[in-house]
Write a protein that binds this ligand. Sequence first.
Ligand code: UDP
Ligand code: MG
Length: 329
Amino acid sequence: MSDPASARTTAPARAQKIVLDIVVPCFNEEAVIAQTHQRLREMARGINGARVTIIYVDDGSRDATMTRLRAIAAGDPDARVVALSRNFGHQYALTAGLDATRGDAVVVIDADLQDPPEVIPRMVERWRDGADVVYGVRSSRQGESAFKRGTAHLFYRLLQRLGDASIPADVGDFRLLDRRVVETLHDMPERDRFLRGLVVWAGFRHEGVAYERHARAAGETRFPFRRMFSFALDGIFSFSTVPLRLASYLGFTASVLALTGIMYALYIKLFTVGVVPGWAAQWIGTLFLGGVQLLSLGVIGEYVGRIYGEVKRRPLYVVGERIGFDRDA
Ligand code: UDP
Ligand code: MG
């Protein structure tokens, strides 16, 4: 995928001395966060010429995560904490973290060490060779249920079939973004934040690095099926109008069927003497039409609901506290 020759001619030369920001969203991660920080710091020592700032976003944790983060920030001059005022959700925590960055490149990584930090130096290398977005491609997923792997597989394929943007499969939010991409994301204030899609929309030069996704180092997934499902709907509805069209097709098919039915009924009424074999047909028709109408209404409702959320123009997140940023000055 990477062609170093063309990288040199097309991409801007990247400085050897850089500031790299790492954004880590945390929601109830008390069990793992100290270990995560240690791993990130160890990894950072392996990147030449980079000053690595780690920015933790506490997404309204209800356990001791914040206490741990305070301790981390106190002991590390290059650690920052953005504490949101409540739980806003993963994609919003990421947004808050990205908005707090200033580095030449930004890496986004989960707090639970499922995505190994050791991949980051490889991402930085690709970036130095000219890539603007370097995403991690999960070549395997360990410690996740067959159900989660199955639904994830299905979701990515569905998204690719329906979506307008070509969102790569098996790619999570673990990735490196060039400053220009981060700025572009900042200029995209839409509410239904499916960052992976937004990054594709933003353009620039994308590359992937393969890695193995591990099991969580500690704690449990914060995405039970219900949340995963609603996240999947966000991904599909904010990047595709195919469901709307589907509703139209269904409506069209139903209308054609209904028209045939009407003609048949008229024929019976006008040209035969009586036996109206209508009861079953009536019921089937009514039920079918009712079903199609409700379904179409639901699909339209999905979009109307999103428009409603969008027009309120609320901020995407609220910051309760910022720790360590005065050191930037
Ligand atoms: N997370 C968050 N806010 C939430 C839920 C999760 O910031 O409301 C963080 C969480 O702490 C972790 C990342 O998002 O760093 C991914 O969450 P998780 O590991 O639970 O998701 P999974 O890997 O199971 O998809
Ligand atoms: Mg995880």
